[in-house]
Design a protein around this ligand. Structure first.
Ligand code: THU
Length: 161
């Protein structure tokens, strides 16, 4: 048996002002989007914003449903909007932030497993890495350079005919 050690580089910013202007602006757009979250069941709001290679910013928010499994994540609504409005334009970065109406979240909440798969496919489709910027309602900002850092040993279209 041979042991492969996988490592990821997680950038940790204690203060948002350490981020690039583009990243700060994207995070601000994600935070602005929290007000549009439809989260009457979980009371957990999620806002997302995508920066596209053509400079467009596409936003998304979670949209819940009384049939719980039908809930849409903020990342999914943003990725879906980008794929329908600008199908051929690569995504440069994704910012995600959250607000729990019941308690302060002061650590970044990473995208769920299903969203990681969707972001990973968008990278493969456009052959361009998507950096991922995460923040709680307050506290540090985490940044990763690629969806593959969130989803190592992943499934992809390369396995399919
Ligand atoms: N949610 C997201 O929007 N993104 C994630 O990556 C994790 C979870 C939403 C779905 C649901 O509306 C609420 O957060 C609680 O799970």
């Amino acid at each position: 048996m041979k042991l492969e050690n996988l490592s990821i580089s997680l950038e940790v910013y204690q203060n948002e002002s350490e981020l690039s202007d583009d990243d700060q602006q994207l995070l601000a757009r994600a935070a602005e989007q929290l007000k549009y979250a439809y989260a009457p069941y979980s009371r957990f709001r999620v806002g997302a914003a995508l920066l596209l290679a053509n400079g467009e910013i596409i936003t998304g928010n979670n949209v819940e449903n009384a049939a719980y499994p039908m809930c849409l994540c903020a990342e999914q609504t943003a990725m879906g909007a980008a794929a329908s409005r600008f199908p051929d334009v690569p995504i440069v970065s994704l910012a995600v932030t959250v607000r729990n109406e019941a308690k302060l979240i002061d650590t970044p909440a990473g995208p769920c497993g299903a969203c990681r798969q969707i972001i990973s496919e968008a990278e493969d489709r456009h052959r361009q890495k998507i950096s991922i910027i995460m923040r709680g309602e307050s506290g540090p900002v985490f940044k990763l350079q690629s969806a593959k850092d969130l989803l190592p040993v992943s499934f992809s279209g390369t396995f399919l005919p």
